[in-house]
Ligand binder design. Structure first.
Ligand SMILES: Cc1ncc(COP(=O)(O)O)c(C=O)c1O
Length: 375
C-alpha cells in the first residue's frame, strides 16, 4: 500500500550538490554534514550520496550518529562533536571516529578511555573563536593545547584536527567573521608552538564555503547546501538543487457556505461559498503550527495558503472553485526546477520567520522518505 504522504528525497541532487560545493570551494576537501538524520533526508542515503559526489569526510553531532555510519559499513573519516559526559567515547575510539573536543573535561575523558583501551584516540580540538557556544574558550586554549600535546607525546591521542565554527557567516561582511578568523589563526599558532601537527584545520560551514575563500583551510563542512538549500537567502547559487519534496494526497474535499469558520479556533473564515481540501499532515509530521494561515503549498496547479489552524494530523486549504479532488497531491515544498511554482523550504522559512534548516529537519518520523535517483 503506497503511503498517502511522503518526503521524496532525490539522492542525485545531493550528489550533484556535493560536486558543486567542491567546485565552489576550489577543490578543498568536503565534509558532508549528516547530523540530525541527514538534515531530515535520511542519514545513510545522504551519506552515500555525498560520498558519490566527492565528500571525503562525514560530520555528525552525536557519537551515536557516527557509530551508525560505521555500522552501515562507511569507512571514510567521520567526526562527531557533541560530547556531553557519559557518551560512548570508547566505542567511538574503537570505531576510528574523530572526536570534536570542546572542553578540558572531555579531553580528559577521551584520554582515559584511550588509555583503558590501549588505543590512540583521534581528537579534533575545537577553539571557540567567538560563537560562544561549544569550543575551548580563548583563555583556556593554551592549557588545553598543552594537555593535548602531552597526551599525544604519550601516544594516547593524535590531535588530528583544529577547528571552529562561525556565528554570522550567513551575513557576509559581518564584523565577527574577520574577528573569528583572526582568533582562529591565533589558535592555530598556539597549537603549532605546542608541537601539534593537525591533519585538518577547518572553520567553514556552507555559508563560509560559498562566500569566504579565506576560510577554506584544509576542509570545508557542507551541511544545508548539500541538501540544496542556501544558508544565505539572498545569495544565488546556480546549480544547487533542493533534494526534498514533501507531498501528500488530499484526504477529502467539501463545499461550505460563506462565513464558515475553518479548523480549531475558527482562525480562518470563508469569504464566500467555497471548496475546502483536507491535507492529512499536521504538526506531528513537521508542519509547524505556526504555519496556521501562513504555510504555502501547490495544489491544483496553483499556490495556495493553509486556511486556519494546523492541527496535529491535518490542515485545510481553501481551493475556491478549483476542481481539486480526494487523491490529488498537494506539494508543500520541493524543487522549483521540477515543479513550476512549487514553494521551497526557504519560502516556508520566510513565511514562518525561521530558517530552511528547521523546515526540513522537522519532517516527522510518520512521513516515510521515498528515495529517487541512482547515487
Ligand atoms: C559544527 C558545525 N559545523 C558545520 C555545520 C554545518 O552548517 P551548515 O548546515 O550551515 O553548512 C553545523 C551545522 O549546524 C555545525 O554545527
Amino acid at each position: 500500500m503506497a503511503p498517502f504522504a511522503h518526503a521524496r528525497v532525490n539522492v542525485d541532487a545531493i550528489t550533484s550538490n556535493a560536486r558543486l560545493l567542491r567546485e565552489r570551494a576550489g577543490g578543498t576537501p568536503l565534509m558532508g554534514v549528516v547530523k540530525a538524520d541527514g538534515y531530515g533526508h535520511g542519514m545513510l542515503p545522504a551519506a552515500r550520496a555525498l560520498i558519490a559526489g566527492g565528500a571525503s569526510w562525514l560530520g555528525t553531532a552525536q557519537i551515536k550518529e557516527g557509530l551508525a555510519l560505521r555500522e552501515a559499513g562507511i569507512t571514510i573519516p567521520v567526526m562527531s562533536w557533541i560530547i556531553p559526559p557519559g557518551e560512548p567515547v570508547g566505542a567511538a575510539i574503537e570505531a576510528d571516529i574523530d572526536l570534536g573536543v570542546s572542553d578540558r573535561a572531555v579531553l580528559d575523558e577521551v584520554v582515559a578511555e584511550a588509555r583503558r583501551l590501549n588505543l590512540p584516540a583521534r581528537v579534533q580540538l575545537k577553539t571557540d573563536t567567538g560563537l560562544n557556544r561549544g569550543g575551548v574558550s580563548r583563555g583556556d586554549w593554551e592549557s588545553v593545547v598543552e594537555a593535548a600535546a602531552r597526551a599525544e607525546e604519550r601516544g594516547l591521542i593524535k590531535v588530528s584536527g583544529v577547528w571552529s565554527h562561525f556565528a554570522c557567516s550567513d551575513e557576509p561582511g559581518h564584523p565577527s567573521i574577520q574577528a573569528q578568523l583572526d582568533v582562529f589563526h591565533e589558535s592555530l599558532g598556539i597549537a603549532d608552538k605546542a608541537g601539534l601537527t593537525p591533519e585538518v584545520r577547518h572553520i567553514a560551514n556552507s555559508a563560509a564555503l560559498l562566500t569566504l575563500p579565506e576560510a577554506r583551510f584544509d576542509l570545508v563542512r557542507g551541511g544545508i547546501a548539500s541538501y540544496g538549500l542556501c544558508p544565505i537567502p539572498d545569495l544565488s547559487v546556480p546549480g544547487l538543487r533542493p533534494a526534498m519534496t514533501l507531498e501528500s494526497k488530499i484526504a477529502l474535499t467539501k463545499r461550505v457556505p460563506a462565513g464558515s469558520g475553518v479548523s480549531y479556533g475558527h482562525r480562518y473564515v470563508t469569504e464566500r461559498e467555497t471548496s475546502l481540501a483536507l491535507v492529512p499532515l499536521g504538526y506531528a509530521d513537521g508542519v509547524p503550527r505556526a504555519a496556521t494561515n501562513k504555510g504555502p503549498l501547490l495544489l491544483g496547479g496553483r499556490r495556495r495558503t493553509i486556511a486556519g489552524t494546523v492541527c496535529m494530523d491535518q490542515f485545510v486549504v481553501d481551493v475556491e472553485d478549483d476542481a481539486v479532488a480526494a487523491g490529488d497531491y498537494a506539494i508543500l515544498f520541493g524543487d522549483p526546477g521540477e515543479h513550476t511554482d512549487v514553494p521551497t523550504a526557504q519560502d516556508w522559512a520566510d513565511a514562518l520567520d525561521t530558517i530552511p534548516y528547521e523546515i526540513v529537519t522537522r519532517v516527522g518520523v510518520r512521513v516515510p522518505r521515498e528515495y529517487v535517483g541512482d547515487s
